[in-house]
Design a protein around this ligand. Structure first.
Ligand code: AMP
Length: 281
């Protein structure tokens, strides 16, 4: 496995792979890899001749009061996991390699980015779209793998690729959870013991919504209320949002008539956690 820090080095390697007719899978991450990332990597390895994992904590997608500086990092451990999963190349650029001092081009999107997480993280998805676009241009992969855990991000990336005619297949992968149901996340490491227990409220409350939908409830407000009421029973939890939206357009669903995304963002103490499920009709 190769560890590459510069765009030029990466391009030379990819160029040779292309000459050799090899198909390339790409898994963009911010590192501190866990089984969620690993599931994406496993799928990429199984479907491609070569796999690139990028590890880059992208400053552009963090707000001024967010956790850019404290975001967990452990490159040695990430390298071990990637080796174990037979990754061919880790791309680990410095911020200065990715952004010139006078960097001035942004990839922005309206509509899908203004709802759900976009409401409380105003420029977050602009940062995500910009860096993912850059990474797609740099890696030139055939397929890229994203987790359903970040459902809004996945919908936005699919839309961006469609709108900008980027020649890459986007593959969504299911949420990987801890045994007790908490969605795996690098940010779970911020939780103390009490908060870790309290964090179970996200998945448990979503399951109430899932049950209502399975039983035939189609009124989004009722589902939102049932989930919110349950989350509010947990003293350490503070709701950022609970919402039901169309799973492709992310437009608000009132009477649910097509496949919908039920998504929550909840502060547990100071840590903001997200979770969701898709209900297919
Ligand atoms: P991150 O390092 O948080 O930027 O995540 C990198 C990729 O891993 C994104 O596509 C995430 O959606 C995906 N991911 C993170 N956690 C999980 C999880 N628990 N299950 C599935 N995919 C995940």
């Amino acid at each position: 496995m190769q560890l590459v820090n510069t765009i030029n080095d990466l391009r030379q390697i990819v160029k040779q792979w292309k000459i050799d007719g090899l198909e390339i899978g790409f898994v963009p991450t911010m590192g501190y890899l866990h089984e969620g990332h690993q599931s994406l990597i496993k799928r990429a390895v199984s479907e491609n001749d070569r796999v690139v994992v990028s590890i880059f904590v992208n400053p552009m997608q963090f707000g001024p009061n967010e956790d850019l500086d404290s975001y967990p990092r452990d490159l040695d451990c990430d390298i071990d996991i990637c080796k174990q999963e037979s990754v061919d190349l880790i791309f680990h650029p410095q911020v200065s390699e990715m952004y010139f001092n006078d960097f001035s081009t942004l990839v922005d999107m309206s509509g899908l980015t203004d709802v759900l997480c976009g409401k409380s993280r105003p420029n977050h998805f602009r940062g995500v779209c910009t860096v993912v676009n850059k990474l797609f241009n740099i890696v030139d992969a055939d397929r890229a793998y994203f987790g359903q855990k970040d459902a809004q991000q996945l919908a936005i990336i699919k839309r961006m690729v469609r709108d900008l005619n980027i020649d890459i297949e986007i593959i969504g992968c299911p949420i990987v959870r801890e045994e007790d149901g908490l969605a795996k996340s690098s940010r779970n490491t911020y939780l103390n013991e009490k908060e870790r227990q309290a964090a179970l409220i996200l998945n448990r409350s979503l399951m109430i919504g899932q049950k209502l939908l399975s039983d035939g409830e189609r009124n989004a407000e009722k589902i939102i209320n049932a989930i919110s009421e349950n989350i509010n029973r947990e003293p350490l939890a503070k709701i950022d949002y609970v919402d039901v939206v169309d799973s492709l357009s992310l437009k608000k669903a009132n009477n649910i008539s097509s496949s919908c995304l039920v998504a929550v963002a909840v502060f547990i103490g100071k840590t903001r956690l997200i979770d969701n499920f898709i209900f297919e009709i």
